[in-house]
Design a protein around this ligand. Sequence first.
Ligand SMILES: Cc1cc2nc3c(=O)[nH]c(=O)nc-3n(C[C@H](O)[C@H](O)[C@H](O)COP(=O)(O)OP(=O)(O)OC[C@H]3O[C@@H](n4cnc5c(N)ncnc54)[C@H](O)[C@@H]3O)c2cc1C
Length: 220
Amino acid sequence: MERGRSYIVVGAGALGSAAAYWLTRSGATDVLVLEQYGLGHGLGASEDHSRIIRHAYHSSVYTALTQAAYDAWAEIEGETGLQLVIKTGGLDLAVAGTPGEADLGNYRGSLAPFGIPSEDLDAAEIRRRWPAWRIGDDVVGLYQQDGGILDIRRANAAQIALARRGGAEFRPHTTVRGSRRARTASPSPPTTARSTPTMSSCAWPPGCRPCSATWASTGG
Ligand SMILES: Cc1cc2nc3c(=O)[nH]c(=O)nc-3n(C[C@H](O)[C@H](O)[C@H](O)COP(=O)(O)OP(=O)(O)OC[C@H]3O[C@@H](n4cnc5c(N)ncnc54)[C@H](O)[C@@H]3O)c2cc1C
């Protein structure tokens, strides 16, 4: 019989490892993360070298969340001494009079409620700042200075390391097959465990069905 867990996280991608880390930061001491492959495997969405990080989105609903993302990565950079976010500035381009220009308007509109600065640029100014661009005179741009890239693979590894330091247990090569309200976890050979709330960061249905309160797994 395996001891019960207060928190079980399904998947050790960026979201799962973040959940584990922030749970330990909030004082949780019995966090278990189940990952079907090895940690840092190359098959997930979080295992590439870069992901865009930005404030400019099609909707302010998204932009309402972005400062928290920057702040969270800054905290992890502070904890580890690693640089994870590289601010390059973000430039979105569109041809005037097309739906793309309307998209730029949405991006601009998403920033305004939060007082996040942006610049409207015409083609001449875009060419002046970034001479590599070969664009027509009908191109317009929206520049936002905080846009950049996140080194997602390094960031995920950092979160895993910090979560482990905080006491989280990562169990790679353990596939969650489903969940049941009242019981069992079964690495191979089957054993059982009781657990209560479960967090799922799984974006891989149908193999992973929604986890509500407990879990069942078999060794991957
Ligand atoms: C090509 C690409 C480009 C992208 N570009 C950007 C970008 O520029 N900016 C941006 O913000 N976002 C971008 N995204 C989205 C972003 O990368 C994802 O939203 C994020 O990485 C998702 O993290 P995750 O932890 O939910 O998923 P994943 O990283 O896929 O992690 C899920 C984990 O769960 C594990 N798992 C699944 N099922 C089970 C199971 N049954 N049992 C145990 N473990 C299981 C998987 O093995 C995996 O490790 C991009 C995504 C892709 C694919």
